[in-house]
Write a protein that binds this ligand. Structure first.
Ligand SMILES: Nc1nc2c(ncn2[C@@H]2O[C@H](COP(=O)(O)OP(=O)(O)OP(=O)(O)O)[C@@H](O)[C@H]2O)c(=O)[nH]1
Ligand SMILES: [Mg+2]
Length: 549
């Protein structure tokens, strides 16, 4: 497949640690690019994404939010991901379907370490990513310290493309290390070019030399130029940045303040010039496009009004509304006829008749399709890799507040697990409790809030009981018990002597009885294996039992 760097589409995930400013950055991008006329705020609860009550009350992203916009002649789809480590599964599924990721990092070196698992995932799957150091309006960390912390956890070279300009400890602008042009930020407007501050000249030159040397590690021509002291032209540097970012060889770094839109336009400019186009991603992942459409589900939503909605990345061909798709869910490969095709921006859905390769769109009523599934209009020959399921580590027992709701619970849990594949549930064999498994308190309480809101199933929770099991280690002879029951008509009376003794470990159970007088009906005699007793135990029984009436 020929690489076409001018392809007019980019799909970019916004990822990073909890509360680092991803949703604020998306709001800023949507405002700067004219999708919204009034920029929303996470603190005021009026952002375009995060519109569900669970997100609004927590002031955090709890599920993927996709939004499309245009900038510099490119159609962008941004996917804002949750930052909480307990919701990492959601982020991982999204990352499998994008061309690049912006890792939003707080300007605090102490928080950088928390990015480690995310960077590892990006490196494992070779997903091109750049870093945006946000909240540089706060003085809790210098640029240099944050960079040093990032370099300790990234397996790829971390290369600043911008250098901060501060006045009286406040961030006022940046130097573009590619063009060596300085800019001053302006609230609500593009940054203004200004002369390069003389005091920063030496630092700028050192930072630029570092960037060029890192790029030259993968480009012999650039290396020769540097050795011969020839200043490389801007196009050559941008070309190298594009090629090396696209191949996930380097991690460029940008800076800004999402809250004030500082640095957002330069970030978009860099994405236009440097982020890989969909066909580059296809080629890198070895996806060969033949005649059939190939797509993948990145997220499943159950909406109260619209039913099931699947966020889908189209890899090859095109999706047409009404298409039937074969998916790989379950053991039986299932065909689904789509019931609507939409462009998704927050909760706003714009109907589409078709969606071409490279696009991320929402597809309605793909009933059999699960998150991560590969979909095709033809025969399913290729299975796209899915993000591995993260093992659950934390459990809560749940009970319906109303007994009559118990029957509805399993259907609701099935839908909940479709939306969030890192949840699990089971009915415990010994305690008979319904146990919900996940990544932690935040994750499970979110699921319980959704059960209540979406399915009208309020739940009470408690820590699961521990089904203690005992091994009987000593023989005990003839313990006596008596049973009397009079419920009208014939009464029942039982008189039991129980002797119990261990068998060698692994010998299972043996049961014997000695009925005195032969008066106990046969159905009372068999014993079932005691569920809570270790199988190395035996229970020889001695009965005396009779009826009276
Ligand atoms: N000072 C300052 N605060 C910011 C900036 N960007 C975001 N914030 C604040 O940081 C907090 C978290 O912002 P969000 O945009 O919700 O962060 P997030 O990364 O989307 O959070 P999660 O989705 O929960 O991971 C909010 O109170 C924002 O107002 C910034 O550039 N400077
Ligand atoms: Mg967010």
């Amino acid at each position: 497949m020929a690489q076409n760097v001018f392809s007019g589409r980019r799909n970019v995930a916004l990822v990073g640690t909890y509360s680092s400013g991803k949703t604020t950055l998306l709001e800023s991008i949507l405002s700067v690019t004219g999708v919204t006329t009034r920029k929303g705020s996470v603190d005021e609860g009026n952002t375009l994404g995060d519109s569900c009550p669970e997100a609004r009350t927590r002031h955090m992203t709890v599920e993927l939010n996709a939004a499309s916009t245009q900038y510099g002649g490119i159609c962008f789809t941004f996917v804002d991901c949750p930052g909480s480590v307990e919701l990492q599964q959601e982020t991982n599924h999204a990352l499998m379907g994008v061309d690049a990721a912006i890792v939003v990092c707080e300007a605090d070196p102490n928080k950088v370490l928390t990015l480690s698992p995310l960077l590892q995932f990006l490196d494992t799957w070779e997903i091109p990513h750049l870093i945006w150091i946000n909240k540089l309006d706060r003085a809790n960390g210098t640029f240099a310290k944050v960079l040093a912390a990032l370099r300790q956890i990234s397996s790829r070279p971390v290369i600043p493309q911008q250098y901060p300009i501060r006045q009286n400890h406040e961030l006022v602008g940046f130097i573009d290390l590619v063009t060596e042009q300085a800019f001053h930020y302006h609230p609500g407007a593009a940054a203004d070019p200004v002369p390069l501050p003389a005091a920063l000249q030496a630092e700028e030159e050192a930072a630029r030399a570092e960037m060029l040397e890192a790029l030259a590690d993968y480009d012999d021509h650039l290396l020769e130029e540097l050795l011969e002291d020839i200043a490389p032209p801007e196009e050559e540097i941008v070309h190298d940045l594009r090629m090396e970012l696209g191949a996930d060889l380097i991690v460029p770094v940008f800076i800004g303040v999402a809250l004030s839109d500082y640095g957002v336009r330069p970030l978009l400019d860099a994405l236009v010039k440097e982020a890989p186009a969909p066909e580059v991603t296809c080629e890198k992942r070895g996806i060969t496009c033949e005649t059939d459409t190939l797509a993948q589900v990145l997220k499943t939503y159950y909406t109260p009004q619209g039913g099931k909605l699947s966020l889908v990345r189209v890899w090859c061909g095109e999706l047409k509304d009404g298409d039937s798709l074969n998916g790989d869910s379950g053991t039986d490969r299932c065909a689904n006829r789509m019931g609507g095709l939409y462009d998704l921006t927050g909760t706003q859905q714009t109907s589409l008749t078709r969606a071409e390769a490279g696009r991320i769109v929402a597809v309605a009523r793909l009933e059999g399709a699960q998150t991560g599934d590969t979909l095709t209009t033809g025969t399913l020959n290729t299975l796209l890799p899915k993000a591995p399921v993260i093992e659950p580590v934390y459990a809560l027992a749940i009970t319906s507040a109303k007994r009559s709701d118990e029957v509805k619970l399993s259907a609701a849990l099935t839908k909940l697990l479709e939306e969030d594949p890192s949840l699990f549930w089971e009915q415990h064999g010994d305690t008979h409790e319904v146990i919900l498994w996940g990544q932690g308190d935040v994750h499970l309480n979110l699921a319980i809030d959704r059960l209540s809101r979406k399915y009208n199933l309020p739940m009470a929770t408690h820590l699961p009981q521990v089904p203690y099991k005992e091994t009987i280690r000593q023989a005990k002879e003839a313990v006596h018990g008596r049973y009397k029951h009079q419920s009208g008509g014939h009464g029942q009376f039982g008189d039991v002597y129980l002797s119990i003794q261990p068998l060698p470990r692994g010998d299972g159970f043996a049961f014997s009885e000695t009925i005195v007088g032969g008066v106990v009906p046969k159905q009372y005699i068999p014993v079932s294996k005691p569920a809570c007793v270790n199988t190395s135990t035996t229970a020889p029984w001695a009965f005396r039992w009779w009826m009276w009436g």
